[in-house]
Design a protein around this ligand. Structure first.
Ligand code: 7GP
Length: 755
């Protein structure tokens, strides 16, 4: 193996290099080291097609995976330079928005590490997801020009180009490649497509732009604003562009590896990550047709090749496009989609399972389910809800297609990289084997009775809280107290995730603090930390952000309450922020309305980093609860069965809860109190107040009392530091199941059969 020395990649002494020069030297070194490791190869290859790959910063991740981290850090230190300074310098690629995109990134890491030949396929968005900033206590969005810095060099431009035909416009794509380094193993690649004609100058102000010029704005943004028709059609353009490139690439590569296309399923597995890549099914059928394969055989080949993952049970998130949009974007697919529709109609009468409905809308998930060989949910409860209710008519037709693949996370990023203190403590006790065989973390379990070890665990957490506090102060000037309890809820802002429930708790806590006598005041301050972006057109989500920030200001201005309570909202929450925040958390808030969160993956990251979950029995929380046992998790609220039954009855009335529970009523009404109105905007606060009182679609009120009682218990238990750290230790020990290596091994065994 070559000895890689950073000095040999710089053309002057390291001490004299600018950050950009050092960064570029590191890029070249990493590329060479990856090339030396080589790429996973094999007859059959996975094509993981996804609209999002939320890969996070790559510098440290790559150095760790390539086994170069310590050496490079030492070499830099010798020259008086700090790797942390370069980590700061790196821009985070803005290629995803939440769980689905981050999952795709963890999956690629695990595929590479497990030696599976795999390619991620997606789009090279120029600005990706918006950058969030706060002004007047509200969220503002601006373009995130993550590519401007010389960091395009993580992405190599390849000589691969494809033609994609959109009706009367045809564009030429360029494929870019990012190395996906496996942990002490070979590499895979992430292939991202772009068109050279994209022009950032069409961006007018903030994130508004002229959506009519497709060739100029095709890959500008991830999820362009879909509040108007032009924006919705642009999404269809993006989707078709993505899958047409994916299909052409895959057919080319399979033929190169020896496929005669009739045997395509022996050469390729396609994983359709939610419905955004659905058009790959008709596109493959079309391309196989062009290459001489008849329709029926093509359908069978595609079915044997493709598998579909569902990531949500929110009906409104299941994509459904007017056929007329597809007619405009990819008219060549229309006859194929109509044939698929006729095929289904010939066999099944149920309206629910049709491809094209009576209003000429195309149901993307229905195409996926009929014309792929596997349909999976992402946690046990989620898969069960798909089978029993959301997709029940399909489950009746195809019971053999349905399967569960509980999500996972890569422990290399979510412990080794982000929590060096814990990594050192754990590895010092049980060695390094857990990094590739995560269940070995169970070897820590006997230490639950070792007070000295528990004290060390406590010390690691304390240090992480200090480090986070320093980062937050530098990031946005917010000062938090590392001696307080860090109570964290970080994830996209959505009403079903119920940040508003946590907000109501914080209001109630504030109101109680005002009433307490000095000798009743709590021992530990609580710092409630939120991190969340709201979709630009999602009004109520933005109102919730506004209310959280306003509440933070109200409390801050109160000399007594501010000693015991602080409410903080992290600006521009992203993977980088998560890597600072999660290792510092004491409490992991996973409080979605039961039945609504497909899995959740931050719940796993917090658990691995020793935070204790306060959650509903939803998504993967259910599996966490089974693994750690009831002493080591706090659960509350209505069960998914109760929630589903209440929706069915249709008799939920938030007012009846408001009228029965004085504390709830006081908390809700505080939203529009003088104190809040002095900080915020009456329109937003009134709208949120009315929404909760009159609609509360995600049933915050029925769970409020139980949530408050359970949280009081959590905070009480926090006082016994040793007992608390024992819980943390059990959580860390049992987290092994949630390694994405386990998830990927299951996909491989049950669905892909790459080897
Ligand atoms: C998310 C789910 O909300 C989350 O529960 C799950 O852990 C994650 O996928 C990974 O499976 N869904 C999305 O991020 C999303 O955009 C809409 O879904 C299609």
């Amino acid at each position: 193996m070559t000895e890689f020395s950073l000095a040999s990649y710089a053309n002057k002494p390291l001490a004299e290099c600018t950050e950009l020069e050092l960064f570029n030297a590191l890029l070249s070194l990493t590329k060479d080291a990856a090339a030396e490791k080589g790429y996973n190869q094999g007859k059959k290859r996975l094509y993981y097609i996804s609209a999002e790959f939320l890969i996070g910063k790559l510098l440290s991740n790559n150095l760790i995976n390539l086994g170069l981290y310590d050496q490079v850090r030492a070499e830099l230190a010798e020259a008086g330079r700090d790797l942390a300074e370069l980590e700061e310098f790196e821009n985070e690629p803005s290629l995803g928005n939440g769980g689905l995109g981050r999952l795709a990134a963890c999956f690629l890491d695990s595929c590479a590490t497990l030696g599976l030949p795999a390619s991620g396929v997606g789009l090279a968005y120029h600005c990706g997801l918006f950058r969030q900033s706060f002004d007047k206590n509200k969220q503002y969005e601006s373009p995130d020009y993550w590519l401007r810095w010389g960091q395009e060099s993580w992405m190599r431009r390849t000589p691969k180009h494809y033609t994609v035909n959109f009706g009367n416009l045809s564009v030429t794509s360029t494929m870019y490649q990012i190395d996906v380094t496996g942990y002490h193993s070979q590499c895979d690649t992430l292939n991202l497509f772009d068109v050279d004609t994209v022009d950032e100058r069409v961006i007018k102000n903030r994130i508004n732009f002229d959506k009519s010029q497709v060739a100029k704005n095709l890959t500008l943004f991830l999820y362009p604003d879909d509040s108007d028709e032009a924006g919705r059609i642009l999404r269809v353009y993006q989707e078709y562009f993505m899958v047409s490139n994916a299909a052409q690439l895959m057919l080319d590569e399979c033929v190169e590896r020896g496929s005669n296309l009739h045997d395509l399923a022996d050469y390729a597995a396609v994983q359709i990550n939610d419905t955004h890549p659905t058009m790959v099914i008709p596109e493959l059928i079309r391309l196989l047709g062009e290459r001489g394969i008849g329709f029926d055989e093509a359908v069978q080949i595609v079915r044997d090749t493709c598998a579909y993952t569902n990531h949500t049970i929110l009906a409104e998130a299941l994509e459904c496009w007017p056929l007329s949009f597809i007619e405009r974007v990819a008219p060549q697919l229309v006859p194929i989609i109509q044939q698929l529709d006729a095929f289904v109609r010939g066999q099944y009468e149920d309206d629910f399972v049709q491809v094209i409905d009576q209003w000429q809308n195309v149901h993307m998930a229905n195409i996926d389910i009929h014309f792929s060989h596997s349909v999976n949910g992402v946690a046990a409860l989620h898969t069960k809800i798909l089978e029993d209710s959301e997709l029940a008519p399909f489950y009746k037709i195809y019971p053999e297609k349905f399967n569960n693949k509980t999500n996972g996370i890569t422990f290399r990023r979510w412990m080794v990289e982000c929590n060096p203190g814990l990594n050192k403590l754990v590895s010092g006790k049980i060695g390094e084997g857990w990094k590739t065989d995560a269940e070995q973390l169970e070897q820590l379990l006997p230490l639950a009775d070792d007070p000295a070890f528990l004290a060390q665990l406590d010390q690691v957490k304390r240090t992480n809280k200090q480090t986070f506090a320093a980062w937050l102060a530098a990031h946005q000037g917010t000062v938090v107290d590392p001696d307080s309890v860090f109570d964290v809820q970080s994830k996209r802002l959505h009403e079903y995730k119920r940040q508003q429930l946590n907000l109501l708790w914080a209001i109630r806590k504030y109101q109680r603090l005002q009433m307490l006598e000095a000798d009743e005041l709590p021992k530990h301050k609580v710092t409630v930390i939120f991190g969340a972006k709201a979709a630009p057109a999602y009004t109520i989500a933005k109102d919730i952000i506004h209310a959280i920030i306003c509440l933070g200001k109200v409390i801050e201005a109160d000399p007594v309450a501010s000693k015991y309570l602080q409410v903080v909202m992290i600006e521009n929450y992203n993977v980088t922020a998560a890597q600072h925040l999660i290792p510092a958390a004491d409490i992991s808030e996973q409080i979605s309305l039961a039945s609504k969160e497909a899995s959740g993956t931050s719940n796993m990251k917090f658990m691995l980093n020793g935070a204790i979950t306060l959650g509903t029995m939803d998504g993967a929380n259910v599996e966490i609860a089974e693994l750690v046992g009831e002493d080591n998790i706090y659960t509350f609220g209505d069960s998914s069965d109760e929630v589903i039954a209440r929706y069915k009855r249709g008799d939920y009335n938030p007012r009846s809860y408001y009228e029965k529970d004085e504390e709830l009523a006081a908390a809700v009404d505080f939203l529009t109190s003088d104190a809040m109105l002095a900080q915020g905007d009456a329109t937003n606060l009134n709208r949120l107040h009315d929404e909760l009182l009159n609609k509360d679609w995600f049933m915050t009120f029925p769970d409020f009392a139980d949530y408050c009682a359970t949280k009081a218990q959590v905070l009480k238990d926090y006082e016994d530091r040793e007992a608390w750290q024992r819980k943390a230790l059990v959580n860390i020990s049992k987290a092994g199941y949630f390694s994405s290596d386990r998830t990927i091994a299951q996909y491989e065994k049950d669905i892909w059969h790459l080897r």
